[in-house]
Design a protein around this ligand. Structure first.
Ligand code: PRP
Length: 181
């Protein structure tokens, strides 16, 4: 089998570490103000959000518990498969709680739509979403994202938790890969 040349690229710096950290401080301020000390259930959407989640929860000044949901929609390609699968669920009841979802990226919006439907059915007091990256031009649903770190175009972002075929999650910055031809 031919090796995928994209895996050998060194991703170009798209959003440097320092810019990410500065934006996280602003996002955390927004969240602190929105909840005014009310406790939240902070939900990390695995795998891509694990670094964003770890960084932002340490900047929050509200009582929180952490929960983890794992979903997968991408194979090893650069476009969403369109099919969202739940691979790890939350065991804690969410009824009457304020839930805040942390995503690394909202691309087609299919994953966030799936999550919103899943969690709304559990009767929380509120559900909001915060995504580090948002691709408005790629949206295929009318899902709303309450807080966005960076709006981006068609770039394929990797690093800071985001992967391409399982690779690049450990980069400290957000890089971009050239599209396959
Ligand atoms: C990525 C990302 C989001 C989702 C966004 O997850 O972490 O959850 O895709 O895409 P969408 O808006 O088009 O649905 P992925 O399925 O690649 O799994 P991973 O987080 O484990 O890498």
């Amino acid at each position: 089998m031919m090796e995928d040349p994209t895996l050998n690229q060194k991703p170009k710096v798209f959003i440097p570490e320092i810019k990410i950290q500065a934006r996280l401080i602003e996002l955390a301020q927004e969240i602190n103000q929105a909840y005014q000390g009310k406790p939240i259930v902070a939900i990390c959407i695995l795998k891509g959000s694990f670094i964003f989640f770890s960084d932002i929860i340490r900047l929050l000044d509200i009582p929180l518990t952490c929960e983890f949901l794992a979903l997968s929609s991408y194979g090893s390609k650069m476009v969403s498969s369109g099919e969202v699968k739940l691979t790890l669920d939350i065991n804690e009841p969410l009824e009457g709680k304020h839930v805040l979802i942390f995503e690394d990226i909202v691309d087609s919006g299919l994953t966030l739509t799936y999550i919103m439907n899943l969690l709304q059915a559990r009767k929380p007091a509120s559900v909001r979403s915060c995504s580090l990256l948002f691709k408005p031009e790629s949206l295929k649903t009318d899902v709303h994202v309450d807080s966005v770190g960076f709006k981006i175009g068609k770039e394929f972002g990797v690093g800071y938790g985001l992967d391409y075929a399982g690779k690049f999650r450990g980069l400290p910055y957000i890089g971009c890969l050239e599209h396959e031809h």
